[in-house]
Structure formats: C-alpha cells, structure tokens
Design a protein around this ligand. Structure first.
Ligand SMILES: [Ca+2]
Ligand SMILES: [Ca+2]
Ligand SMILES: [Ca+2]
Ligand SMILES: [Ca+2]
Length: 246
C-alpha cells in the first residue's frame, strides 16, 4: 500500500467513524408518541436505534446486568426519547430525590440546545437531566446544588410482561436555551425545526445495591482526560451531535 492510499484509507476510515459515531439523525414525528411506557407508537418505527454501550465509569456489565438502546424523535414543541433498558435489579436506595441521585438507577440525557459545547457543571449552557425511578428530573443549579427540573421533562417507564428484566422508558423534553436561569423558570423553550443541531448524549447509571452506582454506560465513547471518561456532566464539548431531520 502506498503512503497516499494508506492516507486515503485512514481519512475515509476516520470520516466513516465520525459519521457513524458522532451524529444521530432524529426523524420528525407527525404524531407525537404518547409518554406511557409502551413503545407501540407509530413515531418510533421511523427512528434508528443507537446502543447505550460505552463504558464511562465502573466495570463493564454483563448483558443481563445492564444493556440498553434508545431512539429519539421530535416535534416543533418537544424532543422525545425511547429507552429499551435491560437491568436485573431496579433500586432507589436514596429516598430523597436530591440526595446522591446518580447513585440510584438513573436514566440520563444530556442536552446542549445551541450545540455550543463548553462547561455546564453549574450553569445552564447545557442540561444533564438525571431521570430517577420516580420519574423526577434533577440537575445542578447555578449554586452547584441539585434542583428539580420536572417542568422540563415528562417520564414514564414500565416493565415488560414476559421479559422481567426489560423496561420501556419514554420521556419528552421541552428544549430550553442557555438563557434559562434559577430565577427565570419561565424562560421559553425553543421551537424545534428540521436541520437543527444540538449536543446530546444518553446514559444510564446502573445501581443494583445500596453500594451505589456500579456501572455508568453512555451512548458515546468520550475521550478520556487524565484517564477519566466521566466528563459529560461537566463539559458539553464531549457530547455527540443530534440532527433533527424531516
Ligand atoms: Ca408510548
Ligand atoms: Ca444491573
Ligand atoms: Ca449551550
Ligand atoms: Ca440497576
């Protein structure tokens, strides 16, 4: 192989990798899915599955311990997430929704409305919605304290008959811009349109005991910084790209 052909192969390979791993094309839903933990909505049939299979923290789980995949669709007013999760034990050890919320089973979606990237730990440049088993959504406020964001998120999950370890988890999101603040909870969600790009990731915190989170598995292989891949809750620059398509 010549140097040129090797370089071309490398370039094509990297481009293929980037196109496969960095963007999710979410189709528009003509009829929005009903958020009820039942995946039979017609809207989901048009959306591709993406795996939640990238180990971010902890040990790699066996498939029956945790495995998952998701779909996303949209309408002008909301973004919709379908999760198909296998988890052998569902547990909510910390009764207080604001206490150590990442140590209980938690479905997590990261959203950066304007695809800006950058720090979002204690600001609303991006959101890390931690959706707990009680369907409440939590993220850190501008004082670094956990707060409810339940008026942004509607969530319902159900176990599936005949498949005890599988749950269908549906959620819808109002998409808030970075002008949202702790004192302006009435900030207006944006209207979504075809072609819009946002930063996003989907992840699951798997806890199976009172010992807390055992596995943190995401949809994207975050580049490690000093050996640490658990950067999504801090830095929106490590997110994937979500593209809204017709
Ligand atoms: Ca449904
Ligand atoms: Ca598990
Ligand atoms: Ca942003
Ligand atoms: Ca679990």
């Amino acid at each position: 192989m010549t140097k040129l052909s090797f370089a071309l192969c490398l370039t094509v390979g990297l481009a293929t990798w980037a196109s496969q791993s960095l963007a999710y094309d979410a189709p528009k839903a003509s009829t929005p899915p009903v958020i009820d933990g039942d995946a039979s909505d017609a809207a989901w049939s048009n959306a591709p599955w993406q795996a939640i299979d990238q180990l971010t923290l902890g040990e790699q789980p066996a498939a029956e311990d945790f495995s998952g995949r998701f779909k996303i669709v949209w309408t002008p007013s909301k973004l919709y997430l379908l999760g198909e999760i296998v988890d052998d034990i569902l547990i909510d050890t910390h009764a207080d929704p604001l206490e150590a919320y990442w140590e209980d089973d938690t479905f997590e979606i990261f959203l950066d409305e304007d695809h800006s990237g950058g720090d979002h730990l204690d600001n609303y440049n991006a959101f890390a919605y931690h959706i707990a088993l009680d369907n409440q959504a939590i993220d850190r406020n501008t004082s670094g304290k956990p707060r409810y964001l339940n008026d942004h998120v509607t969530s319902v999950w159900k176990r599936q008959a005949g498949d005890d370890n599988k749950i269908i988890w549906e959620a819808s999101f109002d998409i808030y811009p970075d002008t949202f603040s702790d004192t302006n909870n009435k900030a207006t969600p944006v209207t979504l349109e075809s072609g819009k790009k946002m930063g996003f990731m989907v992840a699951y915190c798997d806890s199976d005991s009172s010992q807390g989170r055992e596995h943190f598995i995401g949809s994207y292989d975050i580049p490690a910084l000093d050996g640490d891949k658990n950067r999504g809750y801090i830095d929106a620059s490590v997110f994937e790209t979500l593209v809204l398509v017709d």
